[in-house]
Design a protein around this ligand. Structure first.
Ligand SMILES: [Zn+2]
Length: 236
């Protein structure tokens, strides 16, 4: 195996409706060393930005099962596209239960990760300051646990390790697609969301980046050679 210097470099931003930015920042900072237990991953400091929930109200819709959710198009246009201009590739939106209630979002959902074809991590987290995860699941703060949960969905997606983990933990035994997802198995069955991260290696992702850069260099060399030939031909 070629050892490659490429790491999945994550530059995260969290938009929050909490005025206590320090609290949000502290919870996010605790998540960094855990995320970095995934091989070939590097996470920069979190940027945390306040969004006034009275001024910024997400567009919502009701899905085919009657559940009201945040419209991804709205999220992408207003939150991710703007953040991408600043180089962020992980965009989270945090709000309190009060906001979830005011915006009529389904109370059974504490977070959601959007898996799509773009190259950013995009999700939302609903948790209150001082709120702990439900009893009998874990002793983690709710914000911290949901943050890691949504990030884990992104990690299994971008590392392309989901099917491998499904097979390793024999998650096919679950008829329900929900528990077949490695993130849900680690959070709800093993009750240890932190433990999924060392399992998700970005080595293959890294190798792919490395090969791609070699091909790009080769292509550049060929194009330069061709340009040089053309110049020489024109000299005569
Ligand atoms: Zn989930």
């Amino acid at each position: 195996m070629v050892s490659s210097p490429y790491k999945m470099k994550i530059k995260p931003i969290i938009y929050t409706t909490s005025k206590d930015l320090e609290w949000v920042k502290e919870e996010c900072e605790k998540a960094i060393p855990v995320m970095e237990t995934s091989p070939y991953v590097q996470v920069e400091e979190f940027t945390v930005l306040y969004l006034d929930p009275k001024k910024v109200v997400p567009v919502t819709y009701i899905d085919s099962e009657g559940v009201r959710k945040i419209a991804f198009g709205w999220f992408e246009t207003y939150l991710s596209d703007t953040a991408k201009l600043m180089g962020f590739n992980m965009v989270g939106y945090h709000f309190s239960k009060e906001e979830r209630n005011n915006w009529d979002l389904d109370e059974n959902f504490n977070g959601m990760y959007w898996t799509d074809s773009n190259d950013s991590y995009e999700f939302w987290v609903c948790a209150d300051k001082g709120e702990w995860s439900p009893i009998n699941r874990s002793d983690l703060p709710q914000f911290y646990r949901i943050l890691l949960h949504e990030v884990a969905h992104g990690f299994t997606h971008f590392s392309k390790r989901r099917e491998e983990l499904i097979s390793k933990y024999k998650l096919d035994k679950y008829k329900d697609d929900y528990y077949r997802l490695p993130t849900h198995y680690f959070d709800y069955v093993k009750r240890d969301i932190e433990a999924i991260f060392p399992e998700i290696s970005f080595e293959q992702w890294s190798l792919k980046k490395y090969l791609r850069s070699l091909l790009e260099q080769l292509l550049e060399m060929l194009l330069l050679k061709k340009a040089a030939q053309k110049e020489t031909e024109e000299d005569y």
